[in-house]
Design a protein around this ligand. Structure first.
Ligand SMILES: [Fe+2]
Length: 578
């Protein structure tokens, strides 16, 4: 039985296919149309998923759409009456969602009447919860989803057992931890969609001197929290998001009110420098988020008496907060879906149909994130030939694995910057050793070199370490698995000087724990780096330059040539400057 999950007309449009209860493929549309966080209808992603599964649209039994326009209808009507522009937007969205069958048929040039599949709607946060629980290794777990807004809710929690999950509670619009973080991110001068990461990185440079002010902005209550709405605008205007254009990155309208500047001081304009005050505000924002988020988890642990928790929703990308769950709450095991943001809804909705709707038992565990496109040796060779690398000052060698890893580890150890492209592309926003740029973690100057030559990012943003999973406890103060780079732990003080490049200013690292089973070749590369340098760690950053992560070999070659990387590995091919 084939179930297609489609996240459409929303940021991070994506598709996934589940065949007989097992995920076969999942990918974001941005990897094909090269528009970061692309919204619209994910036609290319759907085509890829069907191809990977070896099926046609006619073989799809169920289509799961992670959106239910009828969820929380009372609250929606209440706000629609107060905000006519919001009501018009809702009506447009409703028309789009009821038209998914037509959009799917149109993408495949077929008649909607000929589609045999049964269509299902799964509420946004239910799909988030399902994406994490049904991919986790846990038979029983507490579940929490938190983000900006989806189907008029911003958080939902519950518990899962075997194939069943139950929702225990939710927080509705306009109260939202995600919108809280986005509003302060804008106030600090970062206006692009997805800039919350930057502010989280900035917070490590400050002290939470404004914590009391932030406790007034987000108040704790009962099972959750409430925003003090006078500091925000979205409850009056609706969050203004332009999602639906396929060729534009989403844009979020202004979320904070003039009252916020009275409470915290003047906003920072994007062109203004970053002062210590801004760092302290970022720190206070983060500390308050942690208080509320960990408080919700604490209550969830008490209510469910469970030791494992599954997380999803954009807030679950806050690796600094996640890193505090083990030890800071009763939860001993944490699983975060690698595409915790809205891309992951496609997987969650599809698995929800399989387990909760069809009642099928669990048989799948997402141990790795490599669910995107892969390319054969022949396709890779063709891309290298088409780029004429051999004739333009590069040496191209096809090597057996032992030789390839020995030479590649040597290149890393010499302080060179390496593009590393292997196997199937990662699902979710993190490069996890298949579409990565890899460098020597021992060199403090590496961060600056990477920023100047390749990534062009703000200097206050940290780079991340990939570490052999079995060595994590020796190098970090916690060793709970972090296979998808969703946890930040403190590097042991005696080790910080040994891996300065991916150690953040506060002594933490957003680590990827690499196991031999999840990614054998990447594990062996790091093992070889350890043999040559004594350090079981590499610096790992995504293979891109202000664009979606590269997907095809051609894009990797273009990025390699455009930036100033020193060497590129594509499958078994090593490309160096000759
Ligand atoms: Fe979401």
């Amino acid at each position: 039985m084939n179930i297609l999950g489609i996240n459409a007309y929303h940021g991070n449009a994506s598709a996934a296919i589940v065949c007989d209860g097992k995920l076969v493929a999942a990918v974001e549309e941005e990897r094909f149309n090269r528009v970061k966080y692309a919204a619209g209808f994910p036609a290319a992603a759907i085509r890829y998923c069907l191809k990977e599964a070896g099926v046609t649209l006619a073989d799809v039994d169920h289509v799961a759409v992670p959106r239910n326009p009828y969820a929380r209808l009372g609250t929606k009507l209440f706000y629609a009456m107060r905000m006519p522009s919001f009501a018009r937007e809702r009506i447009k969205m409703l028309a789009k969602f009821t038209g998914i069958r037509e959009a799917l048929a149109a993408a495949f040039d077929t008649d909607p009447e000929r589609l045999q599949a049964q269509f299902h709607r799964v509420e946004h946060h239910v799909a988030h919860l399902a994406s994490s629980f049904y991919c986790s290794p846990f038979e029983e777990a507490a579940l929490l989803s938190a983000d900006g807004l989806g189907d008029f809710a911003s958080s939902m929690w519950g518990a899962g057992s075997g194939p069943r999950m139950n929702v225990h509670g939710a927080i509705s619009f306009p109260h939202s931890l995600g919108l809280y973080y986005s509003a302060i991110t804008q106030y600090l001068g970062f206006w692009k969609f997805g800039d919350e990461y930057k502010v989280m990185g900035l917070g490590a440079y400050g002290e939470p001197e404004y914590l009391e002010n932030f406790r007034e902005i987000v108040r704790s209550n009962g099972n959750g929290f409430a925003l003090t709405l006078k500091y925000f605008t979205h409850h009056r205007t609706g969050p203004e998001m332009s999602w639906a254009e396929a060729d534009k990155t989403p844009i979020l309208g202004k979320l904070f009110s003039d009252e916020l500047a009275k409470h915290l001081g003047p906003e920072r304009k994007p062109e203004e420098g970053i002062e210590q005050r801004h760092k302290n505000l970022a720190s206070s924002l983060q500390v308050r988020l942690e208080e509320v988020y960990l408080g919700m988890l604490q209550r969830l642990a008490e209510q469910t008496q469970l030791k494992s928790v599954c997380l999803a929703g954009g807030v679950a990308f806050n690796c600094v907060a996640n890193g505090k769950i083990p030890g800071g709450t009763p939860f001993e095991n944490v699983y975060v879906h690698p595409a915790a943001g809205d891309a992951g809804l496609a997987v969650g909705a599809a698995l929800y149909i399989w387990h909760q709707v069809l009642g099928k038992p669990r048989s799948f565990f997402m141990e790795h994130a490599y669910w995107g496109p892969g390319f054969s040796a022949e396709e890779t060779r063709q891309a290298i030939d088409a780029a004429k690398l051999g004739q333009t000052g590069f040496a191209v060698a096809q090597l057996d694995e032992e030789k390839l890893l020995e030479r590649t580890a040597g290149i890393i150890g010499e302080g060179k910057i390496l593009g590393w492209f292997q196997g199937r592309a990662e699902w979710g926003p993190r490069a996890l050793g298949n579409r990565s740029i890899v460098a020597d973690p021992r060199r403090p100057e590496m961060k600056e070199i990477l920023n100047r030559r390749i990534k062009h990012r703000e200097i206050f943003r940290p780079f991340a370490p990939s570490i052999l999973a079995e060595a994590a406890g020796e190098w970090f103060e916690k060793s709970h698995p972090s296979p998808f780079m969703t946890m930040a732990y403190s590097v042991r003080p005696e080790k910080r000087g040994k891996i300065p490049a991916p150690t953040h200013v506060d002594g933490t690292g957003r680590l990827q724990t690499v196991t031999k089973t999840a990614n054998p070749r990447y594990w062996r590369l790091i093992k070889e780096v350890e043999r040559q340098t004594g350090v079981p760690v590499v610096l790992n950053t995504s293979f891109n330059d202000n664009e979606p992560i590269v997907c095809k070999p051609q894009e990797a070659i273009d990025c390699f040539l455009r930036t100033q990387m020193d060497a590129l590995v594509l499958g078994d091919f090593l490309i160096t400057k000759s």
